[in-house]
Design a protein around this ligand. Structure first.
Ligand code: 5AD
Ligand code: SF4
Length: 471
């Protein structure tokens, strides 16, 4: 079979990374193979994100640049998928005459059919139909495409929460959970193909299975924990209002569940949380964190924030800063509020100016920066088990300045560690991606840690403990 090449540009979240893998899988049986080289492409797909205006602009500017390629090669096919495709539909075809197909978030399984219409009937196709049954959306399955060590697995689609700033419920549809046996089968297949870590994905994984009467998320995690050959389980994203006691307790029970929770809080002000329709208070959030830390003292906590939400006063913003200090997150993602015309907050008055949003963002990030560094420094002298993901040569970066080649991997708490193997020259080549090795943390930076392999422990299997007394 002679293959044609498909090039995919993935913009946005991990869910899109997973969807792009599915796109490659559904296209394979109809004669397409993934290429990393845009010039070689017979089909270019842009998997778009609509969460903030910036992501949307990025998608349109990339698609815009493809017009020239299409002029030079009229046989080239161009497809726009994902959340912007879902949101804009036909408008993309009118705005961009060189685009051949627009497919929404529920249309991936129908791509072969869409493509055959484009090719045989020489028509431009828009498919933004949304399904109410998860079985219609599934198909393909997240099987290995690139790095097989750490894989994403979508366990549910959509969202019912309607946070007032957010496009997700509109562009990804209502919440629907996949059946556990399908999820387990997919993870088993990934492990067979070499995966050692999976990250279970959903907009709000804590409410997994609720609507359908399926096992709870904590029960699903317990099932995944039984899979032979899998080392690590992660999940994202959680919603503070739906963090059940069972889920929190899972952190004390399941040996493969990594001690890390990404729990977006968005704001530290009750007034703003209410306007965002988040359905929890600052107090409840703080209580959940306290409880999680009691169950699993080494748990890493990360979060998302929006600054400059409509009506956010200086004192509301101050509440966010005090929350950041009170929780002492391991790291955070912070965004300036971005108006999305589908979402309710776009119709709120009291919009905050761009300059003020920028100032608040800088202040928030600065506050967190020193907390992150303090947290990372506290790990110096600790023994960490690192899942090796690859080797790195980054001589140009001061933060990673080192004498020679390094291995990189992550701690259970999801921190990146560069492992200096200069002092283990003999054993350096003996390691393989996917191995879990004991490492002593020696240095801490703002975005990563540096460590050294614990040679004695590796050679005689002894010396287990939590500290390693780094120099
Ligand atoms: N503006 C800014 N940030 C947003 N997010 C979601 N919608 C918006 C928006 N309209 C952020 C939230 C969410 C993360 C994925 O993106 O913090 O948790
Ligand atoms: Fe968006 Fe809120 Fe749903 Fe998260 S929970 S996807 S922020 S609507």
């Amino acid at each position: 079979m002679t293959y044609q090449n498909v090039y995919i540009n993935t913009i946005g979240c991990q869910m899109n990374v997973y969807d792009s893998d599915r796109i490659v899988q559904v296209l394979e049986p109809v004669g397409y193979r993934k290429t990393h080289n845009l010039e070689d492409a017979d089909l270019v797909i842009v998997n778009t994100c609509a969460i903030r205006a910036k992501a949307e602009q990025k998608a349109f500017s990339f698609v815009g640049r493809l017009a020239r390629m299409k002029r030079d090669n009229p046989e080239l096919l161009i497809g726009v998928g994902g959340c912007v495709a879902q949101q804009e539909g036909d408008a993309i075809l009118s705005r961009m005459p060189h685009v051949d197909l627009v497919f929404g978030t529920h249309a991936i399984a129908r791509l072969p059919h869409i493509l055959s219409r484009v090719k045989q009937d020489r028509v431009r196709v828009v498919d933004v139909a949304q399904s109410t049954a998860i079985d219609e959306i599934e198909g393909g399955g997240g099987f290995p495409v690139d790095s097989p060590i750490s894989r994403f697995v979508t366990i549910m689609q959509g969202c019912d929460n309607y946070c007032t700033y957010c496009v997700v419920p509109y562009v990804r549809g209502p919440e629907m959970s996949r059946r556990p046996e399908r999820i387990i089968a997919e993870i088993e297949a990934l492990v067979q193909a070499g995966a050692r870590e999976v990250t279970l994905l959903g907009q709000n994984v804590n409410s997994y299975g609720h609507k359908e009467g399926l096992p709870s998320f904590a029960e699903l995690l317990a099932q995944v924990n039984e899979i032979q050959g899998l080392n690590r389980i992660r999940f994202t994203t959680s919603h503070p209002k739906d963090m059940s006691d069972d889920l929190m307790e899972a952190f004390g029970k399941l040996d493969k569940l990594c001690p890390h929770i990404h729990l977006p809080v968005q704001s530290g002000s009750d007034r703003i949380l209410k306007r965002m329709n988040r359905k929890y208070t600052r107090q409840l959030y703080l209580e959940r964190i306290e409880r999680l830390r009691r169950i699993r003292p080494d748990i890493a906590v990360t979060s998302d924030f929006i600054v400059g939400f409509p009506g956010e006063s200086p004192s509301d913003f101050e509440d966010t800063l005090t929350l950041v200090k009170a929780v002492a997150f391991d790291s955070i993602f912070a965004f300036m509020y971005s108006d999305r015309h589908i979402a309710a907050a776009s119709r709120f008055s009291d919009k905050i100016g761009e300059d003020e949003k920028k100032l608040r963002l800088q202040q928030l990030l600065k506050t967190q920066e020193s907390i992150t560094l303090t947290k990372n420094r506290a790990l110096v002298g600790s023994r960490q088990e690192i899942l090796l993901e690859g080797s790195s040569h980054r001589p140009g970066l001061a933060e990673h300045a080192s004498e020679g080649p390094q291995w990189t991997g992550r701690t259970p708490g999801n921190k990146i560690v560069n492992i200096n193997t200069d002092r283990n020259r003999a054993s350096r080549e003996a390691f393989t991606v996917g191995q879990v090795v004991p490492v002593c943390i020696e240095k801490a930076y703002a975005h990563s840690l540096q460590g050294v392999l614990m040679q004695e422990e590796l050679s005689n299997g002894g010396l287990k403990g939590n500290t390693c007394h780094a120099a």
